[in-house]
Structure formats: C-alpha cells, structure tokens
Write a new protein. Sequence first.
Lengths: 242, 224, 241
Amino acid sequence: MNSNQLNRPLFSIRNIHKFFGYKQVLKGINLEFSENQVTLLVGKNGAGKSTLVKILTGLMRPTEGNVNFRGENIQNQAEIYRKAIGVITHDILFYGDLTARENLRFFGKLRSIENLDKEIQKALKDTGLQKATDMPVKTFSSGMCKRLNIARLMLSGPKILFLDEPYSGLDFDSIALLNEYIAQIKQNGGAILLISHQVDACFDYIDRAAYLINGEISRLVPKSELNQTDLPGKFHVSDGIN
Amino acid sequence: MKRILGLTTIVGFIVMFLMVFLWSPIESSMGLVQKIMYVHVPSAWTGYLAVAVAFIFSILYLWKRIEQFDVVASCSIEIGAIFCGLALITGSIWAKPTWNTFWTWDARLTTTLILFLIIMGYLLLRRFSEYGEKQARISAVIAIIGFLDIILVHMSVVWWRTLHQPSTVFSEKPEVINDQILTTLIICVSVFSILYAFLLISRIELEQKNRLFFKKISAEGELN
Amino acid sequence: MSQMASIELTNRQFLLQRMISNAWTIFLKDLKLDYRRVENFFSMLFFSLVILLVFTFALSPEQTKNIGILCGVFWISFLLSGILSLGKSFSLERENSCLDALLISPISRGSIFLGKMLANMAMIIVVQLIVIPIFGVLFNGVVFDHVAIFIFISFMASIGFSSLGTLLAGMTSDIRFKEILLPILLFPLLVPLLLACVKISQSILAGEGLSPVVDWFRLLAGFDLIFLIISYLTFEFVMEV
C-alpha cells in the first residue's frame, strides 16, 4: 500500500444537492470521511440529517452530486458498497412476525455469511438477547430491537456505520454495549457517521462535529476545539449566518 | 416555432374543411355521416402518436434522468388523452346513425378504449404522487409498460372479435376507400399531427413556466 | 482473449446464481410470514368464494349454466382475490421499514422482485387449488372433469398477473389511495391475459379441448414472458425511495 492510498478518504460526499419536489433540502454538501474516524452530524430537526444518511446508504439518489467509496461512485459498485455499510436508525428494520433467530438467518443469508447459525448464536449472546432467541420481534422493546440490530451488524462486520439516533430507548447497559461496538469498529479502521442528541453518551469517542444548517455543512469542528457545551442543547441558530 | 405551427394548423384546418365538405365525395352506403371519419381516424392516430412519443421520452428519462424528458412525456400523454377521448366520442357519434347503437365492441374502438383507461391510470398516478423525481420515475415506467401492453391488447382484441366470431351486425368499418377519400384522409391526419405538435409545444411551455414559478417561490421562501 | 471471456462468463454465472439464491431466500421468507399471518390467506380464499356466491345470486339459473358466463365469473374472482395478495405483499414490508432493510442489503433489486413475485404466485395458486374444485361443485360439476387443466391455466395466468402486479404494487406502495390505484392501473394492462384465459377455459368447458385455442395459449405464454422480463428490468427504477 503506497502512501497515496493511505491518505485517500474511505468515502466522500461530493456536491450533494437534494430536492424534495420544489423544496431544496441539501444544498451542496462536501465532506470526506477517513478510517478510524467518528463524525457527529449536528443539526435541528428537519435540517436534512436523515435525508443525508438515506443518500449515503444508497436508498435515495441525490438530485445532483455523488457519493464515492474508495474513490469510486457507489452507484457503480452498489453491492460492494452495501456489503461494507451498516445502519442503525429509529426504524425497527426487522420482521415482527419472525423470531430473532429467523430474522438474523434471513439477513445473514442475503449477505452469504459463513457458519451462519454459530455466528448468530454468538451475536445473540454478545448482545444479551439469548433468552429472546426464539421470540417474535413484535414482542421486543425498542431497546431490544436496537440490540438485535447490533447483533445483525456483528454478523456482517461493516466498515462504515451510519447511526441515526442510536441511543434513544436504550438503557445504560445497552448504551455501554453500543459504545463498545462502535469503539471496536473505529479501532479496526472503520468510519462512523453519528446523529445523536445524547451528547454525554458519545462525546468521548467522537473525532469531529459537522454542523448541518440550512442544507449546508456550515462548520466542521475537530475534537480538540470542541466543548461538550457546543453541542445540541446549546445550539444557536445564528451559527448559520456567519 | 410555435407560431409557425399555430399558423400552419389554422391554414391546415381551413384546407381540411374545404376538402372534407366540398371536394371529397359523399360515400354511397353511409351518407353524410361518414364525414365524421375525417375527425375520428386522425384523432385516434394522433392519440397513439402522443403515447408513442411519451414512450420514447419515458425511456430517455429513465436513461438520462433529465427533467425535460419527463415534462415532454407527461404533456404528451395529457394531449393524447384528449385525442383518444375525441376518437371515442366521434366513434360513438358515427356508430349511432350507421349501426343504430352508440357503442360497438369493434376491435379498434375497444383497443382505443383500453388505451384511454391506461392513460387515465397514468394521469391519476401523477395526481396522487407528489411532484418530484419519484413521480417522474414511476410515471415513466407506467408509460413504457402501457405502450408495450397496448400492442398485445390490440392483437388480443382483434382475435377476440374475429376468431370464432358469431355473425354480427357490427362488422369492421367498411374499407370502401377510393382515391379522393384516401387523399382527404391523409391530409386530415397530417393536419391533426401538426395540431398535436402545436398543442404539445404550448403545453410544454406552460408546464415549464409553472415549474419555474414554483421553484422560484420555494427558493424565496427559504430565504425568509 | 478466451480466458477473459470465460472469466466474464463465470462472473455472470456467479451473479446469476447469487441472484436466484437471494430471490429464493426472500420467497421463503414471504411464505413464512404468510404462514404466521394465516388470516391473509383465508381472507383471500373467502373473498374468492364470496365473489362466486354473489354471482350465483346475481345471475339467473339459466345464465349460470352458460359456459361463457361461468368462465367470466371464474376469472373475475381470480383477478379480485389476486389483488389482495399483491397489496399484502408490500404492506408487510412497509410495516417496520423492512423494505429499507432489504434495499440496504447487498442484493440486486431484481432478486427482491423475483422473490416477491414467486411468493405472490404461490399464494394465488394455493387459493386456486381450493377454489377450483369448489367452483366445480357450485356450478353443477361442469368443471370437475377439467380441474387439472384449470389449475394449469391458473398457473400460467398467475405468472403474468404476479409479474405486472408485483411491479405495480411496489410502485404504489407509498402513494395515497394505493388500494384503489392498483386495480385501476393493473386491470387494463391485464386485458390480453384475461381474454386469453377466458377463451381457453370456454373452449375446455365446451369440450373442445386446447387445439382450437392454441393461438390464445401462445398469446398467454408470450404475455407472461414479455412482462416477466420487463417487470424484472424496471423494478429497480420503482424501488428507489
């Protein structure tokens, strides 16, 4: 690996614009993400954070601009890209009528994971869901659903994580579990984009904060200049106009 | 461009009226009513032309994702709806004095009716979805499928009416065409096509102005 | 040069295999969900029977002995209960945003289409397996001798119906009034399929067998093939959020 490849961003966003009908939600987003990096995305409700994540996961196409993974447009390598990413959002993303094990088997098969049953057992154990292995997901609490999501991520081992309010509904143990998992991904060279209002839960490991105001990244603040009080909760609208 | 088309259309219609009422002969079996054919056939032809144009531009849209193509496709379908409806109505008006019924399940009329329903489905789909890229995409898919389907519909309806067909009073339109009638018909079809082009360009202009207007309002609304 | 070509070929074969295996996984998952929510199946079945019953009362006894009318009634019931299957197919994906989860998985959109289309076909065929004998009983055993052929025609019809239906159901799954829009869009498109099925079943019930209607059979097969391919190809355009 020459030094060029080491400096190349893991994935990058180039000039993304997104219109919903006549309303422009994203106005030219440019951002680069490197390995071993956690980025906190900050913005008011409706600022376009979830839209940006949907574009990054490939669910939506931007009206203009593109997302590059390892230098190439994700549209040209959709399946490779999707193998490398993982998502936690406020949606449940599991079939309520299937059990935890059946859900994991289904998604695991789609990813052609080897030794699937063994891996599932391990993942359910690591996330503390052993007892619920054969219970239908519709009986799960939202915290359990999130933990099942983490179990699914453990099966696929993503390189990039997109977390949209991952802490909501989690108790302290689950928060610790999630943080442990995030630290692991980060250490193994992963890049993480995080949206969260629970600053105390994540402050320790974020590397920078990106402020999404009026559809643009108005500020990109590295950890060294970041104060816990700068983050959501003490968020000022005036930031956007400067 | 639009002005040329507009003027040509008006001139064309004048020529058309002259030919239809003064020059072309009165058909022996059906009488004066037969002249409705000079509106009915071109309307149907133009309706199908409009859908064909929409088909091409829908494919182009899915391929290149340029908003213009979606504008052309949807405007063409709208105009196609008008001509298709006109074809059905004039078909009824022709049928009543000729076969004493307002509707006949004749193959071409039936296919035109089904096309009309598919067009209505397209327009409803556009109404029920919000303006945006998704609306353009799914309308394009429907236009493509509808066009390909109509070809199969035509085949099946023709077989339906001709194979194992018990004798019926409603035969296919009599193909009693002599040269004069044929020439008049061709002129009418051409005039209607030019009318279609004129309407299409006007409608596209209107739609573009509309979209530009809303885009401006939205942008200004953002600044407040 | 030929080595490159053979690598390309194995690559394609591999992708095709993956696509089919993913489609199969999704197909099995949909069946399992249908099994857990078995009320969906029963509602389709009883709706089918209710329609047959309504026609029995709406028509006079001489009319219900008429082969042409019987075939029409049968296929109307097929279409209307089939729509139920299509609607359910995507509504259960929308529930927990599972469709998004599928779309983020490293699988092709085509495999999602194929899996769901096969699941819809399976539901329709299973319902027909029960409805056809009952139809035979209700209408004086006239259909009884031909149960096997009817099942075969239903199978052929379900291919075309499921292909276009799955595509359109996916398209309308997040639009207002989707329950009404789906039949409005789908039924005109299915006219060739409907005509072919009615003509073929009429010929069979009249005792003339399949030879007079070979052309209709070819039309049915052609319709199935064309729209299976086109729906498969255009499904990805419909699936972007």
